[in-house]
Design a protein around this ligand. Structure first.
Ligand SMILES: *[C@@H]1O[C@H](CO)[C@@H](O)[C@H](O)[C@H]1NC(C)=O
Ligand SMILES: *[C@@H]1O[C@H](CO)[C@@H](O)[C@H](O)[C@H]1NC(C)=O
Ligand SMILES: *[C@@H]1O[C@H](CO)[C@@H](O)[C@H](O)[C@H]1NC(C)=O
Ligand SMILES: *[C@@H]1O[C@H](CO)[C@@H](O)[C@H](O)[C@H]1NC(C)=O
Ligand SMILES: *[C@@H]1O[C@H](CO)[C@@H](O)[C@H](O)[C@H]1NC(C)=O
Length: 495
């Protein structure tokens, strides 16, 4: 390698300057990285605590699944860039232009002032064309998208705030007889729809947003080569060769299949945002901290290198990790792992070492500060109970209202005996019910204890105290909201 004069100079630089330069390089990656902040949990951390946690970890972008007032209040003035969202159930209403304008006014324009919320995108729906939805949202999504972007344009915000539709990667594919990325095309039932949608996004300089899940590829197919889900090769890897390009990971292959589909409709250069990508840590044999740590380490390193993909080399990719926190009431229709996507546990405790800047300095992230917990009381099986006949019924009842997904085969609490199972279920229910006395009875089969029943791998959780926090949050939210309205009006008056 030829050493340029610049590099020779670098060798003579003082250590602190080299360090400064390294930090500057690192911050580019952190700038690109966003986090999905989902809230389908029985006990939510107060938004102010979550925002502080984001800041403590250098995270500068979040993607929400709604436009919740308390969340946006907490984000105000933080400088964190936000993608707000219109849930699928509201798409139908957005096909009316006046309703879309009103939505934009109340959930976007209102926060648009100095010290307000830096909204960058509005997600119109969440994976509305998912095959499992049976085309339910096909007719309403595009009209909703158009109305919301047009309303943003009319409000004078269209230059800086773009709409997008986060889509599952199942909207495109490569054919069975030529399963290579360069053959990527839209799913047959939505080809026309996708063509028009891409045109509309292009007309408004809005990005395409896609959710890519290497974990699901592995989960759905036992023959999937494990190493292809990660980024550093390995013994099970057989690269996919496409026109002389060797694909060694499913993320690149999937991304480039989308690029080919975009190309097929004349927009091969459309900006692509990866709306969700991540790895769960429980609820399946492949959902472990070890795999998650490996996946994220590989992904962060790639993103930091700005390597792009074979179809788009040397590019920085805007990525939102899924997700920030575990969510204990997320639907488990796709699988038990659904409630374990967080890089943090439900209470903001980091799960495994991770360097979000991709520099390989994998250490624990900064945990949430000031979290209040319920008392250290668990609920377990009463082994002195006279009659165990109703045990199974009571476990079922507990698991209907609380999260028992850690109990399955290959999960963190799998392989316990039936007493262990019962205790886990009873405790989960007791915590969800905020440790109310009557929530630890189960027809005399359960009893509270001050002794932590957790094992090496299985955590019997103590829930966070949200009742008081939520009340506090509500009053804070109301005051802040009133302030916003005042300030927003003031701002309007000035203009
Ligand atoms: C939009 O704002 C209104 C008024 O504050 C609120 O009721 C509604 O829930 C918000 N929409 C969403 C999707 O959060
Ligand atoms: C979609 O169709 C399948 C098969 O007919 C059905 O089992 C499923 O419940 C439907 N899903 C939705 C969301 O309508
Ligand atoms: C995009 O813009 C072109 C040129 O203005 C226009 O003809 C076309 O209808 C637009 N397409 C969509 C889907 O909005
Ligand atoms: C414990 O619960 C899991 C998940 O419901 C179940 O698969 C397993 O068979 C149970 N074990 C016993 C010993 O009951
Ligand atoms: C269980 O999880 C809680 C909350 O994250 C943590 O504070 C505690 O140390 C864990 N307990 C065990 C035994 O691992």
């Amino acid at each position: 390698m030829i050493r340029s004069p610049g590099m020779a100079d670098l060798a003579g630089l003082r250590p602190w300057l080299v360090l400064l330069m390294a930090m500057a390089a690192a911050s580019t990656t952190a700038d690109a990285l966003g986090m999905n902040w989902g809230t389908q949990a029985t006990h939510q951390l107060p938004p102010k605590i979550v925002v502080k946690m984001l800041q403590d970890n250098g995270i500068k972008k979040v993607k929400l699944f709604d436009a919740d007032e308390e969340t946006l209040s907490a984000l105000a003035g933080s400088g964190i860039e936000v993608m707000v969202a219109i849930p699928n159930v509201l798409l139908d209403r957005m096909t009316d232009y006046d309703t879309a304008k009103e939505w934009v006014r109340r959930n976007v324009s209102r926060y648009h002032f100095d010290g307000g919320v830096t909204i960058k995108y509005v997600a119109v729906g969440n994976e509305p064309f998912l095959a499992a939805y049976n085309n339910t949202f096909d007719k309403v999504t595009l009209p909703a998208l158009k109305n919301v972007q047009n309303a943003l344009n009319e409000a004078g915000l269209g230059d800086t705030i773009k709409t997008t539709v986060p889509l599952n990667a199942d909207v495109y594919f490569s054919p069975q007889d030529k399963p290579v990325p360069s053959e990527g095309r839209w799913r047959a039932d939505i080809t026309e729809l996708m063509t028009e949608m891409v045109q509309f996004l292009a007309n408004n300089s809005a990005p395409f947003t896609v959710n890519i899940y290497p974990f699901i590829s592995l989960y759905l197919n036992d023959d999937f080569p494990v190493d292809f889900a990660f980024f550093e090769g390995g013994p099970t890897l057989t690269p996919v060769v496409d026109n002389g390009i060797s694909y060694t990971n499913v993320f690149d292959a999937n991304f480039d299949t989308l690029v080919a589909a975009l190309k097929s409709v004349g927009h091969g250069d459309m900006p692509v945002v990866v709306g969700e990508v991540g790895w769960p840590t429980d609820g399946d044999k492949h959902a472990t901290n070890v795999y998650a740590q490996r996946f994220y380490a590989g992904l962060m390193k790639r993103l930091a290198a700005n390597a792009g993909t074979p179809a788009r080399p040397n590019q920085y990719i805007e990525v939102y990790l899924f997700g920030l926190l575990d969510e204990d009431i997320k639907s488990v229709a796709p699988g038990d792992f659904e409630r374990h996507w967080g890089i943090f546990k439900f209470d903001g405790q980091p799960k495994f070492p991770l360097d979000l800047t991709g520099q390989g300095q994998n250490t624990m992230l900064v945990p949430a500060q000031g979290v209040e917990y319920l008392s250290r009381t668990w609920c377990v099986i009463n082994t002195n109970a006279q009659n165990m006949d109703k045990l199974a019924d009571n476990i079922n009842y507990a698991c209907t209202y609380a999260d028992c997904t850690a109990l399955g085969y290959g999960s963190s609490c799998g392989g316990m005996d039936s007493n262990g199972n019962a205790s886990y279920a009873f405790n989960a229910f007791f915590q969800v019910q905020n440790q109310k006395d009557e929530a630890c009875d189960f027809q005399g089969l359960a009893i509270p204890t001050q002794t932590d029943p957790s094992t090496q791998t299985c955590n019997f959780t103590i829930q966070i105290a949200t009742t008081s926090a939520a009340d506090h949050r509500r009053s804070f939210g109301a005051v802040a909201a009133a302030l916003f309205v005042l300030m927003a009006h003031f701002f309007l008056l000035l203009h």
